[in-house]
Design a protein around this ligand. Sequence first.
Ligand code: GLU
Length: 421
Amino acid sequence: MLNMRLAPRVVNLKPSVTVAFMNRAKTMKAQGLDVLSFAAGEPDFDTPQKIKDAAIQALQAGQTKYMPTMGDAQTRQVIADKFERENGIRGLTPEHIGISSGGKHALYVVCHVLFDIPEPGQPAWECVLPVPAWVSYAPIVELAGGRVVEVPTTVETGFKATAAQIRAAITPQTRMVVLNSPSNPCGTMYTPDELRQIARVCDEAARTIAPDLVILSDELYEKIIYGGIEHFSIGSVPEVAERTVTLNGLSKAYGMTGWRVGYTCMPGAFGLKLTSAMATLQGQMSTNITSFVYPAIRTALTECAAEVEEMRRAFAGRAEVANARLARIPGVKNARATGAFYAFPDVSSYFGAVSPGGRKINSALDLCEALLAEALVAFVPGEDFGGCGARHVRISFACGEAQINAGIDRFEAFLGALRRG
Ligand code: GLU
């Protein structure tokens, strides 16, 4: 092999543990093993037929060429209308909307437009991140030159940061405050009131010490709610509307993970500037998303409410099963899921044990490795979600109730067979 180096920036990059466990479970299944996977944050529902038809028609009609980098005006208008109608975010034009290849790509582009590598001797811009949080926020912010300031939360309080905690984490260096409700990996949600309080402290901090503060509200799971808490977009609060980027996408609500569609909005004059900078960056990166997908976005956002509701109901039933089953397992502490399709139980009371196969369980990673190898159940270890995540595992219940019951049966049996080390 040639003795050549790779970029240290990438060599030192932490691989996504959600993607890693999802791929491992898929590979084991392909080898014929009876793996029950709860790793992927991926609905098992197929994309609604109407949406597929829209893309097929566009493909047949020859919509196969380059398009404007951030998307055609018609699709951007449909997204602007969706944000206004469903999220109460006003004053949006197509130029305030960005369309990227998935929520992750949109986040990546936003972060690279807002953060930069600091000049030597200068402090980095900071990203306030309530943790546990989805594994990709911190690496993406850090790649862009930002520094993550974690705000710790716990299972007891439903993994929610208070407005006071967020205020205490804001400094003159704060560039971004990330919010993700419903939460991946926690499955919990902020109430509208809690978000209004967070908006208030962000507004106050921005006017006094942190003039560059932008709120990044990741609302990918907004449609998957079932716990009685209403979804609320912080970008609809007038005081912070023009400093909030709202991030969404089609992956979770419409069973479209493989299509890779993410989109953003930010109203106001700075929103125009941000979106135009995103277009410059994306224009040197990937240009537009797949051309014949644009009509499918319009169909999804305007014609598929019934399909989304049907999937939401199914997720509600699954959450009920997962919540009830997990509440009954001795030594497992779980916060009731109210949104998204995740449970994130604390399993640390089992640390120090030894599995029937002789594996020492000293961490969430050890537990997930042993569970996968010995019980053929794939959960995601919580370490990379940050904060108390090291004591937790993530269970994605985006699968049928029979699989949830079978998987939790195996998990319970596995825990029951652990011996004290
Ligand atoms: N967002 C999903 C998850 O958390 C898909 C994988 C990823 O992008 O992290 O499982």
